[in-house]
Design a protein around this ligand. Structure first.
Ligand SMILES: [Zn+2]
Length: 63
């Protein structure tokens, strides 16, 4: 399960650890409200283990 809260008012996903907005995964997340938060606080840089985000790892090695 994820530990990511969703801002009730804006729908902005905020980090549980630092309270900063999480990096946007979709262009729909680039809202004016989020842009303001990012400008004020920056984007969360915490390592997260989320179920819905799969970080691209190295491609299969070609041995
Ligand atoms: Zn964070």
């Amino acid at each position: 399960m994820t530990a990511i809260r969703v801002g009730a008012a804006s729908g902005i996903r905020l980090c549980d650890q630092c309270g900063r907005p999480l990096p946007a995964l979709d262009k729909n997340e680039y809202t004016p409200a989020r842009a303001r938060l990012v400008a004020e606080q920056g984007v969360c840089m915490c390592p997260h283990e989320t179920d819905d985000v799969e970080l691209p790892e190295r491609g299969p090695s070609l041995l």
